[in-house]
Design a protein. Structure first.
Length: 271
């Protein structure tokens, strides 16, 4: 990924005063279905799906037979997550039944299995053939990350990782998610990070203004208000960003310096 910021100089925009978007920042969600006999696990999946727009939970089911009924009725996710230990039917039988439906396109099967011993692991790999495996116990975020990687592909996954890192940095800065500047700065950072060439600040403002159907001056003001509020939070990360930019720890970062410092942090994490 390339991503640097330039100071505005010559006319940075393309065509008739319009900046050309480097690429789409918001990919199509990966559609997944989940089968788990554990009620708490199903509840956790539903909860995470509400705050995880990159993965859409089309169904969260308790058993294999219910899944087969849903598949015959038209359910066809990109990724199908199956618990290997289902009480109503054996996992290998379920896989065979799914394959026999000849779904088009055929979903990727991700099987969640208890972490086995070395010999058992070898047999499990052979038994599940071309299925993908994830070992239990796992964190739900790890599961959703794997689903997105399988369904969206490596290029989209890199952008997904960049968005996750960006949001984590903003949380560390105690950026108020209710402020519009929080969304704007995330979008500007992702445009800068994924651009094929260095983008001037003017282009970043223009791209985000176009995406949000607002004025560039509104973007500038919103990011500035966000920076001032983050400065009042006095987090260690904000003070570190000030030092990176040669400012006193208690200073308020101007928009350009804030974006440049955050972009450097993102580049280090997603390389």
């Amino acid at each position: 990924m390339v991503g640097t910021l330039e100071k505005a100089g010559a006319n940075p925009v393309a065509g008739k005063g319009q900046a050309a978007a480097p690429n789409s920042l918001w990919g199509t969600p990966v559609v997944a279905a989940f089968v788990s006999s554990a009620r708490m696990e199903r509840d956790c999946i539903r909860l995470l799906a509400r705050t995880h727009p990159e993965v859409r939970a089309a169904a969260v089911l308790a058993g294999g037979r219910e899944l087969l009924e849903q598949l015959r009725s038209g359910l066809n996710p990109q990724v199908l997550v199956l618990d290997a230990l289902l009480p109503d039917m054996g996992i290998l039988t379920l896989i065979q039944e799914i394959r026999a439906l000849h779904l088009e396109p055929e979903p990727i099967l991700l099987i969640a299995i208890p972490a086995p011993e070395q010999g058992a692991a070898r047999r499990a790999v052979q038994a599940f053939g071309d299925c993908q495996l994830i070992l239990k116990p796992f964190r739900m975020k790890e599961l959703f990350d794997e689903i997105y990687l399988l369904g969206a592909g490596a290029d989209e996954y890199r952008l997904y990782r960049a968005r996750s890192c960006c949001r984590r940095l903003l949380r560390e800065l105690r950026a108020d998610p209710a402020m519009s500047g929080c969304d704007y700065i995330e979008q500007m950072l992702l445009y800068a990070l994924t651009a094929e060439r260095s983008l001037p600040m003017a282009s970043l403002y223009q791209l985000v203004a176009q995406d949000n159907d607002t004025q560039e001056s509104s973007i500038t003001a919103a990011v500035s208000r966000l920076s001032q509020k983050m400065q009042r939070q006095g987090t260690p990360l904000y003070r570190e960003l000030c030092q990176r930019c040669g400012l006193q720890p208690g200073a308020v970062l101007p928009n350009g310096k804030l974006l440049k410092a955050l972009l450097e942090c993102l580049q280090q994490e997603v390389q």
